[in-house]
Design a protein around this ligand. Structure first.
Ligand code: ADP
Ligand code: ADP
Ligand code: MG
Length: 452
């Protein structure tokens, strides 16, 4: 079953393209970078063995252009494509196209992407094997809006079936609010995902976001690497993640991780994936929400507590190798925290802050990792998401990891643009963070105080 792999085209940009290139290099694989006109000078381009221009900055003409990417792989003699996260990472059609072109897509089979990419189908699969869901249901597009609104257990969250990246989601607090929220969610979903299918879930007001990292190979082995707590979010987008979660008892942890492995098994999954749950702190219960069939932004916190290189495992699995024995025996040790450093101005409601970075000094020292594509002179472009770096630290327990993160954040110098570094410093110092007493609404409701 071994698939020969020699040269990997990285169909992405920025920090994740750099991350993938590093894993390839350590495995002795050649790398091909692609770039839009906005990204010619970025780190991932100079780091790879070869590079190819895709087109204009807008993603449609570059990083989202499927036929162009497959043609680029052909033209450069690449036998595999790594999609990173975002862009085409969860696009089943793209995975199909790769297969038709005899290019290895480094990720799961197209059918697994398709099934989990439809969040309604994903919930059905989880339900069929007895994994608890957030109560919810579909909304029949043929019905009158007033009929859809009637009888729902408000507050509800209206979500896009094809959603991702926190988009296409609106709370409706009451039947009166339903129509406006529904229309907003639907038009945002159509715009972002080309599919306006909306479903509803009971809105969990006091929620923690806990997700489980899974790894599965092409030989039927399914493993998990523990959980991550990604509760600190702004507008449903993660800001800070940690592993393990301070919330879980060993008993609950093993149940959740086992549920995630069962979902991978039921899907006949292959590659790295993440099964996401919400913990309802008022009811003390866990509920499946979705599965992401790709590498996640926050994968490094799992790497630091387990010692497993998740991108290397993705590549090895795609080559047909069984899971490294290290995965099954991975001991989870210590605590890791990640802060997403974004080019945004926390003083101006996190307005994006593109521009030229004039000075960039990464923190270092024991237990500190920085994943970034930036350096002095890098121009942060307005065309893509605003993350410029991920700062990840490890230490033996949560409090020491917190203090190490504060130290590293204060060491981090970025000049020329505004960043979220001061915001992270405020969060890490707040008593609620210290005692891990927060939910997914905390940043929206309490962080202003902490930041002032
Ligand atoms: P993660 O949860 O890995 O932690 P995010 O939800 O933060 O993932 O998304 C990672 C990146 O991928 C972000 O840039 C986000 O905008 C993008 N993204 C996620 N899902 C989709 C999607 N379905 N379509 C387009 N972009 C997406
Ligand atoms: P995405 O595909 O955009 O990542 P998710 O379904 O994973 O969408 O939800 C993103 C975030 O939205 C969650 O981490 C959580 O903070 C919030 N969320 C999702 N579903 C619910 C719900 N039923 N109740 C409360 N919050 C929710
Ligand atoms: Mg999610």
């Amino acid at each position: 079953m071994a698939m020969p792999m020699r040269r990997v085209l990285i169909a992405n940009r920025g920090e994740i393209a750099v991350r993938v290139a590093r894993a390839c290099r350590e495995l002795g694989l050649e790398t091909v970078a692609v770039y839009s006109d906005a990204d010619r000078d970025l780190r991932h381009v100079s780091l790879c063995d070869a590079s190819l221009r895709l087109g204009p900055p807008a993603a449609r003409g570059s990083y989202l252009n499927k036929t162009l990417l497959v043609a680029a792989a052909r033209a450069t003699g690449s036998d595999a494509i790594h999609p990173g996260y975002g862009f085409l990472a969860e696009d089943a059609e793209f995975a199909d196209l790769c297969a038709q072109s005899r290019i290895t897509f480094i990720g799961p089979a197209p059918d697994a992407i398709r099934q989990m990419g439809d969040k309604i189908a994903a919930k059905k699969l989880a339900e069929s094997i007895g994994v608890p869901l957030v109560p919810g249901g579909t909304l029949d597009g043929g019905k009158e809006i007033a009929a859809l609104a009637a009888g729902l257990p408000y507050p509800v969250l209206l979500k896009a079936a094809a959603g991702g990246g926190g988009r296409g989601m609106r709370v409706a607090g009451s039947a009166e609010e339903f129509a406006a929220s529904f229309l907003q969610a639907r038009s945002e979903a159509k715009e972002a995902f080309g599919d306006g299918t909306i479903y509803w879930e009971r809105y969990i007001g006091n929620a923690r976001h806990i997700e489980v990292q899974v790894l599965s190979d092409a030989h039927g082995n399914h493993a998990h690497l523990g959980e991550r707590d990604c509760t600190l979010q702004r507008r449903h987008q993660k800001l800070l993640e940690e592993s393990p979660s301070a919330l879980l008892t060993e008993e609950v942890r093993s149940k959740l991780c086992e549920a995630a492995v069962q979902i991978s098994r039921a899907l006949d999954y292959r590659s790295a994936g993440t099964v996401e749950f919400l913990y309802d702190a008022d009811r003390g219960s866990f509920h499946f929400i979705e599965m992401n069939t790709r590498i996640q932004v926050e994968h490094p916190v799992t790497e630091l507590v387990t010692g497993v290189d998740l991108v290397r495992e993705q590549l090895r699995i795609a080559m047909g190798h069984p899971l490294d024995p290290q995965v099954a025996h991975a001991l989870r040790r210590g605590w890791a925290i990640e802060c997403r450093i974004n080019a945004e101005d926390p003083d101006r409601d996190f307005a994006p802050c593109p521009g030229r970075i004039t000075r960039f000094v990464s923190p270092g020292g024991p237990g500190v990792r920085v994943d970034t594509h930036c350096e002095a002179g890098t121009v942060v472009s307005p065309y893509y998401d605003s993350m410029i770096a991920k700062l990840i630290v490890w230490d033996i327990d949560r409090e020491r990891a917190r203090l190490r993160m504060l130290r590293a954040l204060r060491e981090f110098v970025v000049e020329g643009i505004k960043t979220t570094i001061p915001f992270h410093i405020a969060i890490l110092q707040s008593p609620d963070f210290v005692s891990s007493a927060y939910n997914t609404r905390w940043v929206g409701e309490k962080a202003k105080e902490a930041f002032a």
